[in-house]
Design a protein around this ligand. Sequence first.
Ligand SMILES: Nc1ncnc2c1ncn2[C@@H]1O[C@H](COP(=O)(O)OP(=O)(O)O)[C@@H](O)[C@H]1O
Ligand SMILES: [Mg+2]
Length: 499
Amino acid sequence: MRWSIRTQILLTLTAVLGFGLLASYIATSNVTRGAITEARVQQARNITALAAERFMGVRAEGLALAETLARVRPLVEPDHLFLLGPDLDPMADAPAQRAAFRQLVRPADLVPYYHRQTRHGFIKSLSGEPLLVVLAPVDSAPSRLGRSSRSKPAAVALLAPLEATIAEVDRIDNLYVLFMLVILAMAMLLGYVLLGRIVVQPIYDLIRSVERVGGGEFSSGIAESVATGEFSQLFGSFRKMTGQLLSDRQKIQRQISELEVANREIETAQERLIRTEKLASVGELAAGVAHEIGNPMAVLQGYLEMLADEGLPEETRREYVEQMQRSVTRISGIIRELLDFARPTEDAHGEGDATLAVRSAVKLCDPQKRFRDLEMACEGVEDTLPVALSTGRLEQVMLNLLFNAADASEPGQRIDVTVRPREDEVIIEVADQGHGIDDEGLRRIFDPFFTTKDPGQGTGLGLAVCYGIIQTCGGSMDVASRVGEGTTFTLVIPRASGI
Ligand SMILES: Nc1ncnc2c1ncn2[C@@H]1O[C@H](COP(=O)(O)OP(=O)(O)O)[C@@H](O)[C@H]1O
Ligand SMILES: [Mg+2]
């Protein structure tokens, strides 16, 4: 069970206070009991001694004794006073009084007190009531029991029933218990009210404030509190902390919006760079294409001239036309691919097909002059492989890697392009057997404007742009190279669920 702090403090206080009061009750009760009993004994002894003195001068005749007894007796009521003979039996008394004595005690019960120095004690009456017994010898030198004259009084006995005294003590006890309960109740009530004001309310205020601040209400978050002392200090600190949090938050928000602006600017710049690099590739391609188109055009022209010959057999003429058609198809194919590539890609951040991108990049390179004497081998490009990068962008990356590889290669060397899926990624490798890259080159290879090519041949932007494109889709790009042996570029691109 979870108790509120108020209940816990109240229970603790009650336990401590209750324990204190109980201890004080036990002590007080014992002291009171002792004091009252002591006073009662003292009073009984005084009375008994006085009574004994009264009897000392009285002659031992029964009548005189009885008269004295009758006079003294009312003075000690409600206690019982008896004049005892040497056998400790009442004497000089009416039978009714003797009967009353016999109802209370047996003479034998009193024997110890006759001889004892203190001459008083507590016994149980014959009916079981607590009884105070006080004996006082009438003779200044009491004779031995049974030996002296039977008519001579031996002692005065006071038999005091203690019920009233005990009842009085119990009453005081009960009063004390009542008093304690009232004190306890008042302390709890006071504790409840004061605790509520001093401790509980500030804590609740604080909890409310913390919740509000936690919910983002910084300015109006802190509740007004009646807190004093350390609690008000705590509130002060909390207020200061909240103020600090608020200003930090505002600062962070400002920085976030600044970052957002910067990010947008970077994105725009990157887009621009990608477009620039693409245009450069288009330019390079176009140069190659112009050369590539030049050949079929020359072929076309040759056939056209030959067709002008009137006496050409019909079969040869048809063959020439077919050759010309093939050349035209080739020219228009090259132009279409070039246009396809030059067209801006709209699905820049979308998904694409890795194998399709690789295939079309290779196809674009195929008619290029710089690939003419090189062997190109593709592996794993048959099946569709969806990736988290648009086909157009990946094609642009591939094109740059292939161009670079061709530029680094000597005639007769091979370029291997491999595509393979691995768990959640697709790995694309472009490996050549070219001149390789030295350590300094490897360090700077992805830096913008790093190029080893002659002015007009390279911009040094290709790999930087490729790196940016691959990074944006959450992939990575790596290079491994040995000078004189070749270079391998590895792309790791996250897979996509499907196109
Ligand atoms: N496959 C490769 N083999 C050797 N060197 C390469 C290869 N790919 C790139 N490089 C080096 O990296 C440089 C930067 O390439 P890139 O960023 O594409 O710019 P550019 O091709 O315009 O020079 C190239 O100039 C070349 O020195
Ligand atoms: Mg390049």
